[in-house]
Design a protein around this ligand. Structure first.
Ligand SMILES: *[C@@H]1O[C@H](CO)[C@@H](O)[C@H](O)[C@H]1NC(C)=O
Ligand SMILES: *[C@@H]1O[C@H](CO)[C@@H](O)[C@H](O)[C@H]1NC(C)=O
Length: 317
């Protein structure tokens, strides 16, 4: 008895520490497969569209994927996610993204949609309404705010791949360079005032799932350098300029884009000059904004003045 109570207490502590799971309630017309962060969840009854499947999912999930094969009459995916106390977290609607094709990694976090292949989930009817109001007005406890969704046109005998990605808060890039800076996020130039003033930090909001950061810097003499760090909303450091960056003195087509391939010998690891607040800058500018003190001023090897450096950080998943 004492042993049973002890086990119960331990189990309770473990469950509490893990955080409460959510409950996914889902069905599809006709045969369903469910993926949580890329992992398929197998349950009996998933081929029976009149039945709700109840699946426990971690509350910190990133992507839900539902694949559905329609066998005729009308297609549709219907689902809602709830907290333990029943409170609704999300439902199937236009916030989901659907495709008729299966893509590698489509249900995983960090997946990038191929141009034109994905569209917003197209609502057919609310749960309990439309054609289903006659046959199946109530499927388990799936929220009545949920819509049956499919790809546009709602074509029968087709397969739909629908995914919901939990929106993630943006990250912040804090950067400067000695002397004039240009910043690229996934190949797109970000324009901000003050980027030609090396004593000033530029703060730029970047997507949590960015793939490449590129910083071009033109030095006007004395000493060159690029200094930057990326932070979460709460200030937690994600990365800093150091030897993990790659730098070149030449500009290459697409150098700041994802998928760029380095030309042999043209790129080298970012060469650290000094930490933020140290070296020559300790006299002039020990603190530039809130750029991390773990960040290094970097350049191409030799730290040549009056040169231009192209430095990039890749964040491929
Ligand atoms: C499908 O589910 C419904 C509701 O739970 C049940 O009544 C029915 O027997 C199931 N059909 C099959 C073929 O298993
Ligand atoms: C550069 O930035 C610093 C710090 O914000 C500011 O004091 C200074 O006036 C700026 N210089 C120019 C030329 O804008």
């Amino acid at each position: 008895m004492a042993r049973a109570i002890f086990c119960w207490v331990v189990l309770k502590i473990i469950l509490t520490a893990k955080g409460e799971d959510y409950v996914l309630r889902a069905t599809c017309d006709n045969a369903m497969a469910v993926y949580v962060d890329g992992k398929e969840i197998i349950k009996s009854g998933m081929e029976n569209w009149t039945q709700e499947s109840t699946i426990s999912i971690p509350s910190d999930f990133k992507v839900l994927g539902i694949r559905c094969v329609d066998y005729g009459v009308i297609p549709g995916i219907l689902a809602s996610v709830h907290k333990q106390d029943g409170e609704e977290v999300l439902v199937t609607d236009g916030s989901w993204r659907c495709s008729r094709e299966e893509f590698e990694g489509w249900s995983e976090a960090g997946f990038t949609e191929a141009d034109g292949a994905w569209e917003d989930g197209s609502p057919i009817a609310r749960h309990g309404e439309g054609i289903w109001s006659h046959y199946m007005p109530d499927i388990g406890s799936i929220s009545k705010n949920a819509y049956w969704i499919w790809t546009g046109g709602h074509e029968t005998y087709s397969t739909a791949y629908c995914r919901y990605t939990v929106p993630q808060p943006a990250l912040f890039l804090r950067a400067t360079c000695d002397n004039e800076m240009t910043v690229y996020v996934d190949g797109k130039e970000i324009i901000k005032s003050g980027m030609e003033n090396w004593t000033q930090e530029s703060t730029i909001s970047i997507p949590y799932d960015f793939k490449v950061l590129g910083i071009r810097c033109v030095d006007y003499g004395v000493i060159p350098g690029i200094l930057a760090s990326v932070h979460k909303q709460d200030g937690e450091e994600v990365l800093v300029t150091d030897g993990s960056w790659r730098c070149s003195r030449e500009e290459f087509e697409g150098w700041s884009e994802a998928g760029f391939t380095e030309a042999d010998g043209a790129w080298e690891d970012g060469s650290p000059i000094a930490r933020h607040g140290e070296g020559i800058w300790s006299h002039y500018m020990p603190d530039i904004g809130s750029i991390s003190k773990n960040a290094y001023w970097i350049w191409t090897g030799g730290h040549e003045t009056y040169s231009t450096a192209y430095c990039r950080y890749s964040n491929y998943f």
